[in-house]
Design a protein around this ligand. Sequence first.
Ligand code: SF4
Length: 427
Amino acid sequence: MRKLGIYVQVPFCQTKCTYCNFHTGVVASSRFAPYVEAVCGEIRGHRELLRTAGVGCGAAILEKAHSQEWLCHEAVVDTVYIGGGTPSLLDPAHLQSILDAVREAFNGNGEGEDCGGQKSRGPSGLRASEPPHSQEVTLEADPETIEAEKAAAWVQAGINRVSFGLQSFVDKELVAAGRMHRRADIYRAVPILREAGIRNISFDLIAGLPHQTKESWRQSLEELAALAALAPEHVSVYLLEIDEGSRLGKELLQGGGKYSAGAVPSEDEMAEFYEMAQESLGAAGYHHYEISNWAKPGYESKHNLKYWRREPYLGFGAGAHSFSGAERWANAHDAAAYVTAVQSGRLPVEQHETLTAESALEEELFLGLRQLDGIDVARIERMYGVALAGRFDPLALAGLVKRDGSVVRLAPEKLSVSNEVFVELMR
Ligand code: SF4
């Protein structure tokens, strides 16, 4: 039985971080309820909405068979990821409604619908009563939004993993980046989550924030790894990407001192910070399994692995992306337009692409190499009927990739320059 991931986008934040230009808005909380209602409507009605929008065959999963035909199969939901934005801003009852809608729409009553609209006995979908590791239900949260009552309600709703946007343990960096929380909020929030029963916590850190130095970055890494009271099961480290349209991006281009653009570390410093993270997290017992991700054994993000392994997922909400195996599509970003469209029974699909064999192959290489286990070149050659070995020769000669039989992986000591590999490979 194929596994299916569900992504739910909540595009609301408390403030706008200086470096961010995501399609997220700071809006009145009165807009949360209509948005959640629209998302639940999209989840419950996704088969018909997708059919009307001319996308694939709804929740059925497309799988490439030996005949090279794409076939429809039932699937079972094993991961849900509620991201944003800051979805922990929502009332817990909103999150409960979203997860209830997922349970109902994806075979919660033991009945599914195949892609021809036929009723069929299907596997049970998401169940709150399942042990935590059989289904992964993640909520992205910012530390300042955590309260004991909310956390208990999240667990009650079936959430068993929290991904924390903590970014740094250094207040000067958090202030400059326009984040709402401070270091003390992290220490306050984590015990609340543990007390509520969350056994799987992920921390996000950003390397390259304004005012970050080698010493302050070391402080964040050491606090993250060393303190038994925190000890997250999973860590993501991202290099700061400054969107040109963000306030920090504009200041970098046009000059000025309001957002500390002059204090952004150089690319070389960021590469050094990344290498420090590799060393520190490895020493603390975290397994490096994807360019930006580390986990304690068994705590790799099941949901995010689907993206890198090109496994199917359905996205709901404004700007949410979906992948069926053969097609990729995305909803319109504008939250108000999204709500209006769903209320009128229409899915506002903004992008829709049926992948060619060439673009699927590129994804296979690009996404596969992000994983430190690497790619099995012989398998990909068989699958796509191409010869690839020669493409890796110059990269291997330059020491950027390592070969082990037919497996090719990025050289661990060159991960900080992985973009060079991807550029070279896609030429
Ligand atoms: S919380 Fe995340 S999505 Fe919201 S403004 Fe900050 S970086 Fe952007």
